[in-house]
Design a binder for this molecule. Structure first.
Ligand SMILES: CC(=O)CC(=O)SCCNC(=O)CCNC(=O)[C@H](O)C(C)(C)COP(=O)(O)OP(=O)(O)OC[C@H]1O[C@@H](n2cnc3c(N)ncnc32)[C@H](O)[C@@H]1OP(=O)(O)O
Ligand SMILES: NC(=O)C1=CN([C@@H]2O[C@H](COP(=O)(O)OP(=O)(O)OC[C@H]3O[C@@H](n4cnc5c(N)ncnc54)[C@H](O)[C@@H]3O)[C@@H](O)[C@H]2O)C=CC1
Length: 311
């Protein structure tokens, strides 16, 4: 029975992954996105190393991945606790979590960066990884809003650099945006496309334009919702109900802001405002700034526009 479940996992992984030249993946950053990407890559048969700054963060990420896998197996193997456990163990056996980024990239076919949304920190990381990784390793950033070129120029591998933008929650959201620089080779692009497909995602392609496709539309929408509240026109609760029932969105804008993280949203808005100060769509928001200053970052800290019991 255990063998059977293991065989099923492997067969499933291999069938999805067979066209991808990317087998070994290093993911830097084990937060919301890094842990989700790691889970899905490991579940599809890749060998994955995830890196973060401290053991405490790594332990938190390990627990988050196990919790998320718990949700996956409930659907995949209903009423079969043994198969559920076998699946979780098998996925976890494809995953290593640690704190040494340079060691992690040494044997990686692909490095996915999912650290804090800050250009200088991302550039510093990539400059050091560029020296540590083999020349053929492909580098991608999962940035929400920073131009890929601004990050990529910290390295000497623009031909093997791109954007691979996943969506939260990664195990559920079916899309990956692939961002191509003029220098990104066809070989690199095809490898990224195959990797996205090997993870069971639909891929779309976009130029290196602010916010790519989804965030270019979604972030101004969320900010406009905040401005409605700032003007006293409606409450967050009513706006959320309105957009769910009136527009068919799965979450209202305030639920989504808390879900994405108010810090990440603020990084996105501030970055765009700095680049394009006259664009009213990117005007900073007082409420957002206040909540972030109070460390009310959304679900991850238990408080944002709403309160959460994270226990
Ligand atoms: C900022 C950026 O750069 C880009 C971004 O990511 S923007 C954000 C994009 N994401 C969104 O817009 C998310 C919008 N919200 C949704 O789609 C949905 O509310 C949601 C999928 C998050 C949750 O859906 P829901 O129906 O409200 O809740 P729930 O019933 O708990 O979950 C639905 C399914 O997803 C699964 N699920 C949800 N979160 C999961 C996770 N982290 N891991 C594994 N499975 C998960 C659940 O197990 C459930 O499965 P079943 O339907 O088989 O029971
Ligand atoms: N939150 C979201 O919905 C989405 C976020 N993104 C992008 O993904 C990236 C990560 O976002 P989240 O996972 O939400 O952030 P997060 O705050 O949940 O996690 C970031 C992680 O990176 C770690 N980190 C920071 N600097 C590091 C370094 N130098 N080396 C190793 N680890 C480091 C932090 O300790 C933290 O665990 C950002 O660029 C963000 O814009 C992309 C899609 C959706």
């Amino acid at each position: 029975m255990v063998f059977m479940a293991k065989y099923l996992v492997r067969a499933f992984s291999t069938s999805l992954g067979r066209h991808s030249p990317i087998k070994t993946v290093a993911i830097i950053g084990s937060g919301l996105m890094g842990s989700g990407i790691a889970q899905v890559a490991a579940a599809n048969g890749h060998t994955v190393t995830v890196v973060d700054q401290t053991d405490e963060i790594i332990n938190k990420a390990t627990a988050a991945i196990k919790k998320s896998l718990g949700r996956v197996v409930k659907k995949k193997f209903p009423d079969d606790p043994k198969a559920q456990q076998t699946y979780i163990s098998d996925v976890m056996s494809h995953l290593t979590l640690q704190t040494d980024a340079k060691a992690a990239v040494k044997s990686a076919d692909l490095v996915i960066e999912a650290i804090v949304e800050n250009l200088e920190i991302k550039r510093k990381l990539f400059a050091s990884l560029d020296k540590a990784a083999p020349p053929n390793t492909i580098f991608v950033s999962n940035t929400s809003s920073i131009p890929i070129r601004d990050i990529a120029t910290a390295t000497n591998r623009l031909d093997r650099f791109g954007g691979l933008h996943f969506f939260n929650p990664v195990p559920v959201m079916k899309l990956v945006e692939i961002i191509r620089l003029p220098e990104t080779t066809d070989e690199t692009f095809t490898a990224l496309e195959s990797f996205g497909k090997a993870l069971g995602k639909k891929t779309v392609q976009c130029k290196d334009t602010p916010g790519f496709i989804v965030n270019r539309l979604l972030v101004p929408y969320m900010l406009e919702a905040v401005r409605l509240v700032e003007r006293g026109d409606a409450t967050p609760q009513d706006i959320d109900v309105a957009m769910k029932l009136g527009a068919g969105y799965p979450m209202g804008p305030f639920e989504l802001l808390d879900y994405v993280g108010l810090d990440t949203t603020k990084f996105i808005v501030d970055g765009w405002h700095q680049r394009d100060p006259d664009n009213p769509l990117y005007r900073p928001s007082e409420i957002l700034n206040k909540l972030v200053a109070e460390n009310k970052l959304g679900i991850k800290t238990g408080q944002g526009f709403y309160s959460y019991n994270n226990k």
